[in-house]
Design a protein around this ligand. Sequence first.
Ligand code: SAM
Length: 162
Amino acid sequence: MSRLNSVIRRLQAQRDCLNAAAEMIKDHDGIVLEIGLGNGRTFDHLREIMPDREIFVFDRQIAAHPKCIPDDDHLFLGDIFETLPMAVERFAGKVALVHSDVGTGDEELNAKIASFIGKTLPPSLIKGAIVASDQKIDVPGTIAEPLPEGVPQDRYFFRRYQ
Ligand code: SAM
């Protein structure tokens, strides 16, 4: 497969997963955490498909398109090893959806971040909350949910908090 087709497939799968995750929480009140602003693509999509939800965004730096940067009140700027625990304490029992897209080329670091996110998140989650992620994250108290049709296994991961 050409690299162009590969990128298109990856982004289509990501969009399908975000759309599916939004649908899965439609009957649950709660806020959204977007971990990994990057260039703001997925943040922009989440706010488009969930205009009535409050979305809080995490990144260690701002490198997004100027139109895809949240206001200061919705931005946790810094290393998630510091900012995520603060957010979890502030939003205890209020989070309906977490989208984590912080994968790097470093598998060891990815595993460390995934482990940290998994063990940190639970107090923030409402019953029925979805954790959608680009890396496999074991979140205590959650079960795996199937991905949307056509998305290859291990391309994305869905967990639902019980
Ligand atoms: N979702 C974004 C988008 O669609 O544009 C892409 C996110 S990009 C793949 C991953 C982002 O995670 C980077 O912007 C990086 O700075 C951030 N990141 C990685 N490790 C982090 C950490 N420990 N703390 C805060 N941000 C981190």
